[in-house]
Design a protein around this ligand. Structure first.
Ligand code: AMP
Length: 440
């Protein structure tokens, strides 16, 4: 019986997994440079961590969570996002007690949402995110934008669109929500059932509606900028000035409200449409929050963060032919010529691995031709051939798979010879653009 993976999930294997690793390690190393520390929080969390309020209006909390009872009848949820878990970890581990702010966290791992699967949308997907918690300032807000913008540029995205908006402070939002209720109440019967619900729970969410007819009606809705308090408007002004100062292009889009209830002040999203028109939805986004940490039992600490979906980044890099040139092959592929040489080949491969080279040995009887085919398939740079003569004379033949040059090397000189192959600062790939570590 062959089993299929669960709908909306996918296997990330072989070369694709290497590309994922490359994307993830770029995010991680940049976050480290900016002083963020890794937070590895559990994938399962108490359901209440996400559905903190009965009136939560986000689709994610209301409709998309994988929630189940464990054997002790506790309600458990597979995390649908990372921010609440980071806030919980800070509070549970009393990281705020040291008063050493900001607390800078990054995370990487799977998140789960019961969404309709389509290109770029899965039910289990990978998010990389950062949170900067404890310093309530536009400098912290903008730092997360700088980091995310640089990461996307370093990955190779050129014509990025960064859309920003402000949701103001709570007073601004309350005034704005009243204006939205007034505007939408006479129209709501014409709108989708979700928007009818949103009008009661959080009218801001209506701006996020993807139904085209509803979208038309939102065009003439009141705009948040007309309802900002003086201090919220001032803060947004300082934020945009800082973005100008650091040279990050953006577009103010006052329909961006983001999917979660906890945001205030700046919210942002990155959009990227490929040359061929592929749009998999936002690459990533983030925003500022004032009350999340206190809502999960901690002190009142503001925070700001972003999350990116690795799948969407990978699929767009692939579509745009921007994936890096990865050499995933072996440095050495050891070939025993005849059964008697298998043990030596096995030991030589292990010796090469101890020296730090990526190596493998063939451990079953195969023809010469079949062994070379395998070496080529696995993109070996050098093959190491051991026949009966070599076995007897304690030596091996090392053959450059590219140039076909070969040399007999004594076992006692193997380390020095191998090191010379990889340290002579010459590229053996004969490829102008190659990034291999042979190059100077
Ligand atoms: P969000 O937490 O909704 O702000 O999402 C942050 C990022 O996660 C998005 O910009 C996407 O890149 C990614 N993402 C969100 N939902 C999905 C999904 N269902 N499948 C794949 N990636 C997603």
């Amino acid at each position: 019986m062959e089993y299929q993976n669960v709908k909306g999930t996918h296997d990330i294997i072989l070369k694709e997994a290497r590309y994922y690793q490359a994307i993830e390690s770029l995010f991680i190393s940049l976050a480290e440079i900016y002083g963020y520390n890794e937070f590895r929080t559990p994938i399962i969390e108490p359901t209440e961590l996400f559905s903190r309020s009965k009136n939560d209006s986000s689709d994610m909390v209301r409709k998309q969570m994988y929630t189940f009872k464990d054997l002790a009848d506790r309600s458990i949820t597979l995390r649908p996002e990372g921010t609440a878990s980071v806030a919980r970890a800070i509070v549970n581990n009393k990281l705020h007690a040291e008063q050493d702010f900001p607390i800078k966290a990054y995370y990487l791992g799977p998140v789960f949402r019961y969404e309709r699967p389509k290109a770029g949308t899965y039910r289990q997907f990978l998010q990389f995110g950062i949170e900067n918690i404890g310093v309530d300032s536009e400098y912290a807000d903008v730092e997360t934008i700088i980091l995310s913008y640089r990461a996307l540029k370093m990955l190779g995205f050129q014509k990025l669109k960064l859309k920003i908006n402000t949701l103001g402070d709570s007073e601004s939002r309350e005034n704005y929500k009243k204006a939205l209720v007034k505007y939408f109440t006479p129209l709501i019967d014409k709108m989708c059932p979700d928007c009818q619900e949103r009008l009661k729970l959080n009218p801001l969410r209506i701006l996020d509606c993807k139904v085209p007819e509803d979208h038309e009606l939102t065009k003439k809705a009141p705009r948040i900028k007309d309802y900002l308090t003086l201090s919220a408007a001032e803060r947004f002004k300082k934020t945009t000035e800082l973005l100008d100062e650091v040279g990050i292009p953006y577009e103010v889009d006052d329909t961006i409200v983001r999917g979660l209830d906890y945001y205030s002040h700046i919210v942002y999203e990155y959009e990227y449409i490929s040359q061929s028109g592929l749009n998999v939805g936002a690459l990533g986004g983030g925003g500022h929050y004032d009350n999340l940490v206190s809502e999960v039992g901690g002190p009142k600490l503001a925070g700001v963060g972003f999350a990116f979906g690795i799948e969407r980044i990978y699929s767009l890099l692939k579509e745009e032919k921007l994936l890096p040139n990865l050499h995933a092959g072996f440095d050495f592929y050891v070939m025993p010529v005849g059964e008697a040489c298998i043990k030596r080949a096995y030991i030589v491969a292990d010796y090469l691995r101890m020296l730090g080279y990526k190596a493998d040995a063939i451990i079953e009887k195969k023809s010469f031709k079949a062994m070379f085919r395998k070496a080529e398939k696995h993109e070996a740079r050098f093959s190491v051939i051991i026949g009966e003569n070599e076995l007897k004379n304690n030596e091996v033949i090392i053959k450059n798979m590219d140039t076909q040059e070969q040399k007999t090397v004594k076992n006692t000189e193997l380390k020095d010879y191998c090191d010379s192959l990889f340290n002579d600062h010459e590229c053996h790939c004969h490829d102008e653009d190659c990034e291999c570590h042979h190059k100077k």
